[in-house]
Design a protein around this ligand. Structure first.
Ligand code: ZN
Length: 311
């Protein structure tokens, strides 16, 4: 009798172990990414072991995004929530509170050296307090590829902490993807080097490219300031028009996340042609030219080079 119970117990332990192993594959880590760039990094690191839900989708604007009930449900079910931080996601705290999520919230800009928003058009970002002379941290750290590698490292660490069995796979994927980012960094530097220094000034609608400028040496002027949640003043627009007329800017771009009206107005007033669309705070739709982070960066340098050099 005792023997058969022991045998039955041994059998059930084997069965449970087998079930445990298979269910680890059957139920991937539930990951919520606050926006598309982070979702792309998470996919590259997590592969099949993660199931990713993205809050702010392709061409979406995280600055002014209003979460939906479905977002709260995804947050409540999540194991891990990956966010940019530095106040990029204005909606985040409300969504965390509303969903009562137990997930760990991982801030991917941890370890990044933050830079301050350029003061020239700070009045446009009054909502963020820069008009009052306070400094404002630029949240768009992912526009530097060096920073993107820090995001990737932080994601791998978060996935390892949540799923130790998958850790080797996460680390391997992160290393392979980081190599691709190294190559991309070389491409971006070479593209900017090919533009004569005096011509490295362009205009975009909002100031999303501060880290790109800091890292690669192309100057961006933006009437709308660091966030899209406020309209630029007439004085800011006039100042920008004046700069363009003095031949200080070589090209002007619309952004995928913002209304092109303001840029079209500046283009009309200055006679400078719109050079194309830059992807700033979101990836494109899957069939667009910037549906991954790497494609987004390639698209942006191609557009900038093409508009400035006419090639
Ligand atoms: Zn932005």
């Amino acid at each position: 009798m005792l023997k058969s119970i022991r045998a039955a117990l041994a059998m059930s332990v084997i069965t449970l172990t087998a079930l445990g192993a298979s269910s680890a594959f059957a139920s991937p880590l539930k990951v919520v990414a606050s926006f598309t760039v982070i979702a792309d990094f998470a996919k590259n690191v997590g592969g099949d072991r993660v199931d990713i839900t993205t809050i702010v989708g392709p061409d979406g604007d995280a600055h002014v995004y209003e979460p939906s009930p479905a977002d709260a449900v995804a947050m409540a079910k999540a194991d891990i929530v990956l966010v940019n931080g530095l106040h990029f996601e204005g909606f985040l705290q409300r969504l965390v509170d509303a969903s009562a999520t137990k997930a760990s919230i991982v801030t991917l800009t941890t370890g990044v050296t933050p830079i301050d928003f350029k003061p020239e058009f700070a009045d446009a970002a009054e909502g963020a307090g820069s008009g009052s002379g306070k400094t404002v941290t630029d949240p768009h750290a992912f526009q530097s590829i060096a920073n993107a590698k820090i995001y990737v490292k932080n994601i791998a660490e978060a996935f390892c902490a949540a799923d130790s069995e998958g850790c080797v796979s996460y680390q391997t994927n992160a290393a392979a993807y980081t190599k691709k980012l190294d190559a991309l960094e070389g491409e971006v530097r070479a593209a900017i080097q090919s533009i004569p220094e005096a011509k490295r000034v362009v205009i975009t609608s909002h100031d999303a490219f501060g880290y790109f400028e800091h890292e690669y040496g192309l100057i961006f002027l933006a009437p709308q300031g660091i966030s899209t949640d406020s309209e630029p003043s007439a004085a800011d627009v006039a100042k920008l028009v004046e700069q363009v007329k003095q031949d200080k800017a070589e090209a002007i771009f619309v952004e995928n996340i913002t209304n092109p009206r303001l840029i079209e107005q500046i283009a009309n007033e200055t006679g400078i042609k719109v050079g194309g669309t830059l992807y700033s705070d979101a990836l494109s739709q899957p069939d667009g030219p910037g549906s991954t982070y790497i494609d987004m960066m390639r698209n942006n340098i191609r557009q900038i080079k093409g508009a400035i050099l006419g090639s």
